[in-house]
Design a protein around this ligand. Structure first.
Ligand SMILES: Cc1cc2nc3c(=O)[nH]c(=O)nc-3n(C[C@H](O)[C@H](O)[C@H](O)COP(=O)(O)OP(=O)(O)OC[C@H]3O[C@@H](n4cnc5c(N)ncnc54)[C@H](O)[C@@H]3O)c2cc1C
Length: 392
């Protein structure tokens, strides 16, 4: 088959890898002019970890990843006010748990396929229509191409989804927060392997020390109205400044570092909920179809699982693409919905609204310091309720 994958994030290159494994021809079109790295640190375990291992990526991911020791809650003056030791995660996963900059995972996946696919950067699908047993696609650059299958793996703001299924607002489920992630080079304070979190009612800030001399900053704040996110960098910086004016701990230093950060990522915290992930020769994959939001803590792994299962069902169905797409959705729908429901259940308390709520959270976190309790609670919440078929 000739397959067009739109989006070189996490889901797209994973699908490409397994399609190549099965002998298909793959074209990847990516809107950004060059490969997009950057981003926050994600936690990686479960079936995503298993797949990365099967794809031979773990030695590389171990080199660029982190083993976080502690999540530490900080007060206004920078003093420790609570937290927990995260060795529980190593324990309940049998050591199969790693924290990774999202960009490093994406880069490892893309580099595993880039020599074997046709990769087109700085372009995107302008329009497409069903044609014979596939799809005719017009790229924004003017190229007209035919593919047996087109897969939209463009993340939460998917263009293919809009072209084929309708506007984003029909599928977006906003969870009441905005977030921003960026790195600061040369930040003076360094706390390796500790995730530092500071909260005030309605807004939260976190810092994580990266290799080299970089530090990652993650800001999450409540926005019940879900106002629009500015598209321009100056507008985005101004929005962040206005939401974090007067905040304590090191937040003033973060805001000072914001101007020099060239990797600012700012968005609403939303899910994508669709009843159908495919239509004719077009399928959606990853966040484009079933973004769980970062509150699920597992979007990258779910995007990888999606890529593997889609490729596997295509292999099983032979030439019958509609059957493969139906089976892809059938096999994964329940898993994705349950992860989304879990994340949605956390949304109301994720950033406490009051000082009292912040204290309750710090106290609850202390319970996670008790080994058996942490094993029970965390062990249950991070299990992936799916057995992945051995397609290949
Ligand atoms: C703050 C935060 C923390 C997170 N924490 C975790 C975590 O702990 N664990 C975890 O597993 N996941 C986490 N995630 C989620 C994870 O990053 C995403 O769910 C995952 O990257 C989804 O992969 P994707 O390939 O579907 O989309 P993306 O990674 O968003 O990739 C989409 C790609 O498509 C490209 N693109 C966009 N539009 C077009 C277009 N029109 N044409 C062509 N290309 C296009 C983009 O440039 C991008 O390269 C977190 C997310 C956030 C925001």
């Amino acid at each position: 088959m000739d397959v067009l994958i739109s989006g070189a994030g996490i889901a797209g290159p994973t699908l490409a890898w397994w399609l190549l494994h099965d002998g298909h021809r793959v074209t990847i079109v990516e809107k950004a002019p060059a490969f997009r790295a950057g981003g926050y640190v994600i936690d990686f375990w479960g079936k995503g970890f298993d797949l990365a291992e099967r794809m031979g990526l773990m030695p590389r991911l171990e080199r660029v990843g982190y083993h976080v020791n502690e999540v530490r809650f900080i007060d206004r003056e920078g003093r420790r006010m609570g937290g927990f030791d995260v060795s529980v995660l190593d324990r309940v996963t049998g050591g199969r748990f790693i924290s990774l900059p999202r960009g490093e995972l994406a880069r490892a996946l893309f580099e595993a396929v880039e020599d074997r696919v046709e990769a087109i950067f700085g372009d995107e699908i302008a329009s497409l229509e069903e044609d014979r047993d596939g799809a005719k696609v017009w790229l924004a650059s003017g190229q007209e191409r035919f593919f047996d299958l087109v897969v939209g793996a463009e993340g939460i703001h998917s263009r293919t989804r809009e072209l084929v299924f309708g506007p984003e607002r029909r599928f977006e489920c906003f969870l009441g927060y905005n977030f921003a992630a960026f790195t600061i080079d040369g930040y003076p304070r360094r706390d390796p392997d500790v995730y530092l979190m500071y909260g005030e009612p309605g807004r939260q800030a976190a810092r994580f020390t990266l290799y080299g001399d970089s530090s990652l900053v993650l800001l999450i704040w409540r926005d019940p109205e879900g106002g629009p996110i500015p598209h321009d960098l100056a507008g985005q910086r101004a929005l962040i400044r206005s939401r974090y004016a007067g905040a304590g701990w090191e937040v003033a230093d973060f805001l000072a570092g914001l101007d020099a950060a060239d990797d600012l990522y700012l968005d609403r915290v939303s899910q994508i909920r669709m009843d159908r992930w495919h239509d004719g020769p077009v399928a959606l994959l990853g966040d484009a179809a079933y973004a769980p939001s970062f509150l699920a803590g597992q979007g990258s792994a779910l995007a990888m699982i999606g890529g593997y299962v889609l490729a596997g069902e295509l292999k099983r169905a032979g030439d019958d693409i509609p059957l493969a797409l139906a089976n892809y959705q059938r096999r994964l729908f329940h898993l994705m919905r349950s992860k989304q429901n879990g994340a949605m259940g956390m949304a109301s308390t994720f950033v406490p609204k009051t000082d009292f709520g912040l204290r309750v959270r710090a106290t609850a976190a202390k319970l996670l310091g008790i080994g058996w309790f942490a094993d029970l609670v965390i062990g249950r919440s991070i299990r992936d309720q799916i057995d992945l078929p051995d397609y290949f």
